[in-house]
Design a protein around this ligand. Structure first.
Ligand code: ATP
Ligand code: MG
Length: 389
């Protein structure tokens, strides 16, 4: 008997002539996610099979694949010879394990699929035969075809595949199939979630973080590196750009109207991020903004921020409540790191009365009153790049 992982995928089904491209991308991403575990990946008729994983690496392989976008679900399966008694034996072994974890009575149903049309039984016959054999062997079982507790699946193909669990995948589209975008990442809860959501739609990510040493600490920076690493568990490799922002930030505080400082800072971040994105071959920016969450995220403020750049800006959290964002953060494992109490450069100097309805021409004028060109160049020159895997 051989253990294999049977992988089902999602929207790739819809992609018509491009389908092989998406399938190949998914298989490549799976291979990357399973690095070091020596997988053999085979594509076949709307499924992907992962073979060659050793028994002890099996749980690890499963866990890693639940973070690969494009996978709808996976089932650890026993692949055996199609000889009927061998199939029954494999099914019985699986059922035995399954019943160990649920003492007492249990209901079940057999779900057979046969793509080998020459097999000596059709699906209905397999269902009946195998169901009967299980009932004989395990007296605690009874059949429930509508709501069974255990679904025992058998697929007759090149071999027979037998399984009874289906683990949900991360869904979405394979990372890299939708192009590349740059995520503005802070140390907060929102931006890592925003990055996760856009990677889920198939984007490769790069990331840009602004820090204001010595007002923000080394540890605040480490936190952002760690958050990027957590996002990369789903999104794959991310090039993180760390941009020194102190000079620009101090200049804004010294020379611009206090109530406009946050918005001006946001505009300058966007401008710099756009320049980095272009150099990286990215075609869009991503932020963790959500409508009305803070003064700099009112409709007027977002319009003024947007005006600083010409690339599309994706804000996947725009219609999310904070609670909903926090739920996703917990699910993807970024929450615990995000709530560590290190300062972000946005929180260092917060104006007492920020504008909530900024006027575009006024903000443009405030920004134009200071020549930021050299400061921006210097920030770009001193930007550090880390490759996060
Ligand atoms: P988050 O939880 O992601 O920090 P937030 O609700 O605190 O978001 P703001 O601080 O107003 O919101 O920032 C809005 C967005 O601007 C962030 O989601 C992020 O995309 C970007 N941003 C904020 N601070 C930084 C920073 N220091 N470096 C890079 N991007 C930043
Ligand atoms: Mg923030």
């Amino acid at each position: 008997m051989e253990k294999v992982l049977l992988v089902r995928y999602t929207e790739i089904h819809l992609k018509g002539l491009n389908r092989p491209y998406f399938e190949r991308a998914l298989a490549d991403n799976m291979k990357r996610a399973l690095r070091g575990l020596e997988p053999k990946i085979e594509r076949e008729h709307g499924r992907i099979y992962v073979r060659g994983i050793s028994e002890e690496n099996f749980p690890e392989a499963q866990e890693r694949l639940t973070r690969v976008f494009g996978i709808h679900s996976l089932s650890p399966a026993s692949a055996v010879d199609k000889d009927w008694e061998t199939v029954v034996q494999a099914a019985a072994e699986l059922m035995e394990k399954e019943l160990e974890s649920r003492p007492g009575k249990a209901t079940f149903k057999v779900l057979a699929r046969r793509s080998d049309k020459h097999y000596f039984m059709n699906s209905d016959e397999i269902n009946r035969e195998l169901g009967g054999r299980m009932l004989e062997r395990f007296p605690q079982l009874s059949v429930d075809v509508h709501k069974p507790e255990i679904k025992l699946s058998v697929e007759i193909r090149d071999m027979a595949y037998v399984y009874c669990s289906e683990i949900p995948g991360a869904n979405g589209m394979p990372t890299g199939t939708a192009g590349k975008a740059s995520l503005l990442i802070s140390g907060g809860i929102d931006s890592p979630v925003a990055g996760y959501m856009m990677a889920k739609r198939g984007l490769t990510l790069s990331a840009v973080h602004f820090y204001s040493y010595p007002y923000t600490s080394e540890r605040a920076r480490d936190k952002v590196v760690e958050l990027t690493r957590l996002v990369s568990r789903y999104a794959g490799e991310i090039r993180l750009h760390l941009v020194p922002f102190t000079d620009i930030q101090m200049t804004i505080y010294e020379k611009c109207p206090e109530k406009e400082t946050t918005i001006l800072m946001r505009r300058l971040m966007m401008r710099i991020a756009e320049t980095i994105a272009r150099e990286e071959g990215a075609q869009a920016l991503i932020t963790g903004e959500s409508l009305g969450q803070v003064a700099s995220q009112t409709l007027e403020a977002l319009a003024v921020t947007n005006d600083a750049v010409s690339m599309p800006v994706f804000r996947p959290l725009i219609g999310f409540d904070k609670d909903e964002i926090m739920d996703v953060a917990r699910r993807i494992g970024t929450y615990e790191t995000s709530i560590l109490p290190y300062e972000d450069c946005c929180t260092v100097f917060v104006p007492k009365h920020p504008v909530t309805r900024p006027k575009l021409d006024e903000l443009r004028a405030s920004e134009a009153a200071v020549d930021f060109t050299e400061m921006i160049e210097k920030a770009l020159e001193n930007t550090e790049v880390m490759v996060i895997k």
